[in-house]
Ligand binder design. Structure first.
Ligand SMILES: NC(=O)c1ccc[n+]([C@@H]2O[C@H](COP(=O)([O-])OP(=O)(O)OC[C@H]3O[C@@H](n4cnc5c(N)ncnc54)[C@H](O)[C@@H]3O)[C@@H](O)[C@H]2O)c1
Ligand SMILES: [Zn+2]
Length: 367
């Protein structure tokens, strides 16, 4: 990892599906939003989408820099990441006479980014999207890579599109108001990037855990930059997840199953992924693909970033069933990403039911 001055913005480029996307990361850059939009060729007709909660906390700051703009406000929470919220955005755009040259600026966490992003992908067959992510998870993950979409009552993220944001403005200072649990949930995704691609990022989290918790810019900003670089690199090589992009799903096979079994109520996303990463590490150790001490290093870091909500009471059968239903099963074979060392992964597609049962038992689940 290169050394980074938190006050000096870093630029990361993504090229995917013929579209170029620029990511800018720096403390305080939200205050330069108008200039950044101009410099990156975003036209003057700009519509903001945010959530009631985010706007209550940060609306005054954005109005100070953008003028007296009226955002389209969507209700907060995963259960509102649906077509009704998207419709609200369409209604406002149509009423205001938005056209093909208009740009939609999403200011919020992943729920706002995904819903507003889907509206931008589909309104008039696609208008310019700008993301200003305000949660750690959105800054390192959901705002990058062009996946946008909403939930259906029968399942999560069932409706969606690929639509790269033209510009992603990441200001880590916006995280100052983020509740501790949300912040920690995002950190587990940062751990994931360390596991799949960067030993130095992993080591930074281990050696500077307290500074990370304190949101100390000298550690937090480089951690966000490195995470964004990894995601941008993977997406640039494989936007549509035909191969390489799957490594971003490290920890997500079991993680998604835990979320589904608890109806998305018990865990924040990153917390479920933390369990999923441990399960993937156990599986790799059992196969002799990962050294036991690397698994212990991961377990240590996850514990240091904890606590995690309990998992012991979940019925093993339900979790197995949810794993089978997950979209990572292709032609009946379960794709599973394992780390073979901290910073290196491979995908396997021959995971047996017995192996899964073994790792879930080790996690403490009872059959
Ligand atoms: N598109 C992708 O590639 C991708 C990747 C990962 C996750 N996701 C999606 O992202 C969503 C989760 O995103 P999330 O974790 O950001 O959750 P979220 O958007 O629900 O935000 C979490 C909470 O934080 C609040 N919040 C946001 N910014 C804040 C701030 N600066 N200060 C204080 N509170 C703030 C929100 O109001 C909300 O209550 C899920 O729907 C998931 O499917 C998408
Ligand atoms: Zn994730």
């Amino acid at each position: 990892m290169t050394s980074i001055d938190p006050a000096h913005p870093v630029r990361v480029d993504v090229t995917a599906g013929g579209a170029a996307s620029t990511i800018l990361i720096g403390d305080g850059i939200a205050d330069q939003l108008p200039a950044l939009l101009d410099l990156n060729g975003i036209g003057p007709r700009r519509f903001l989408v945010s959530s009631q909660n985010v706007w209550r906390l940060h609306g005054a700051q954005f109005q100070r820099v953008l003028g007296a703009v009226e955002p389209i406000l969507l209700p907060d929470g995963e259960r509102y990441k649906n077509l009704q919220s998207v419709s609200k955005v369409y209604d406002a755009l149509i009423r205001a006479g938005a056209d093909r040259g208009s740009a939609l600026i999403a200011i919020g966490g992943g729920v706002i980014g995904d819903s507003a992003g889907f509206a931008a992908a589909t309104f008039l067959r696609g208008i310019t999207l700008v993301q200003v992510p305000t949660t750690l998870l959105a800054q390192v993950d959901s705002s990058i890579g062009g996946k946008v979409g909403v939930n259906h009552t029968l399942g999560k993220n069932l409706i969606g599109a690929f639509h790269q944001a033209r510009l992603v403005v990441i200001d880590p200072l916006l995280l100052a108001t983020l509740p501790r649990r949300e912040f920690r949930s995002g950190l587990y995704e940062v751990v994931k990037y360390g596991m799949i691609a960067s030993r130095s990022l992993f080591d930074l989290l281990v050696s500077q855990t307290k500074a990370v918790f304190d949101r100390n810019p000298s550690v937090l900003v480089p951690a966000i930059v490195e995470s964004c670089r990894i995601k941008a690199d993977v997406v640039s090589k494989d936007e549509r997840e035909s191969g390489l992009r799957r490594i971003l799903n490290y920890g997500h096979t079991v993680g998604h199953a835990l979320e589904a079994v608890t109806k998305y109520r018990r865990y924040r996303h990153g917390e479920a992924i933390a369990y999923g990463m441990l399960a993937a590490a156990d599986l790799a150790v059992a196969r002799g693909a990962l050294a036991g001490r690397e698994r212990e290093a991961l377990a240590h870091l996850i514990a240091a970033l904890g606590p995690l909500p309990p998992v012991l009471d979940l019925p093993m059968g339900d979790v197995l069933e949810a794993v089978r239903r997950d979209k990572k099963v292709v032609n009946g074979r379960l794709h599973f990403v394992i780390a073979i060392a901290i910073g290196a992964t491979m995908t396997i597609d021959d995971v047996t039911e017995e192996e899964l049962v073994a790792v879930l038992s080790r996690m403490g689940l009872k059959s």
